[in-house]
Design a protein around this ligand. Sequence first.
Ligand code: GUN
Ligand code: FE
Length: 337
Amino acid sequence: MSSELVIQGSLFTPVSPTEFTFLRQALVCIDSTGTIARIVRATDTDYSDVQQTAQRLDHLWQLPHNQYILPGFIDLHVHAPQWPQAGLALDRPLDQWLNTYTFPLEAKFADTTYATKVYHHLVHELLRNGTTTAMYFGTLHLDANLALARQCAQQGQRGFIGQLAMDNPDQTPATYRQASSQEALQTTERFIVQLQRLAKTTGAALTPVITPRFVPSCTSETLRGLGVLAHRNDLPIQSHCSESNWEEQYAELTYHQRDAAVLDQFQLLTSRSVMAHGTQLNADDLTLFADRQTTVAHCPISNCYFGNAVFPVQQALQHQVNVGLGSDLSGGFTPSL
Ligand code: GUN
Ligand code: FE
């Protein structure tokens, strides 16, 4: 067998939430499509043959002993338009932070040239940090969200990309919201069609994600309509759930239910849903998440700033809730998962 590239080094790979495999000085053989064709262990009989052939063809890349091979990271929760304020503006509680800094920044993505510049840099930086798959919140702007998708396609990152929906006039500024539920739903539908077309023409791994920002920022009509769209098109869903006391209280005051139950009522908790944070999820909520097979994007750095709490990872795992990691840029300041 001859490979385009053979990387020789020690590698870690997770096999469950609590276990990983370690291979010392393996040969990772990569074919001309960039796919791992084979991993040769030091104990395999043809180990020396594969190594020598690669060396002769000048295809061998030997890692120094202080470097390791890891699988690509999957960042489950990135606010793409917040990249320009990563590491900044973390001095206010969530509701004030959104209105003071974040909504005005996201509104700037009406300018697609600005969006392309920011997203080029963001995707590049995430790849440099080992993030080969990201689940992104975009903005209200369809063209900017497609610009993000093009960057993923051009730079070779798998992207799950959300056209943001937020239309509740009580909780969002007039300068940064959709004018009606109809506008929110129609824009989402157009985005789904255009992103799927882009995925087809580029061959890139791009998937549209149904993205109600969170319960407070959406009208009930929009939450209902997005649940229907997700089911009709069999699409992933992302939002925030029980991030903070403030968010939890909003659900109880407005819907007389817990945040998780509100999302569930609108069919937004599915096996393809990724809900960020969850610091305030109680045992009943975790049982609901497990029943629906919904995943939590655990964002530990952000939770220090906005959750004022710690997500109970062990408790979630005991309830058999699926948990992954998110940077929550820019609620979390670092692009490094
Ligand atoms: N809740 C609603 N929007 C946001 C956001 O942009 N970041 C975080 N951390 N929480 C949110
Ligand atoms: Fe977030």
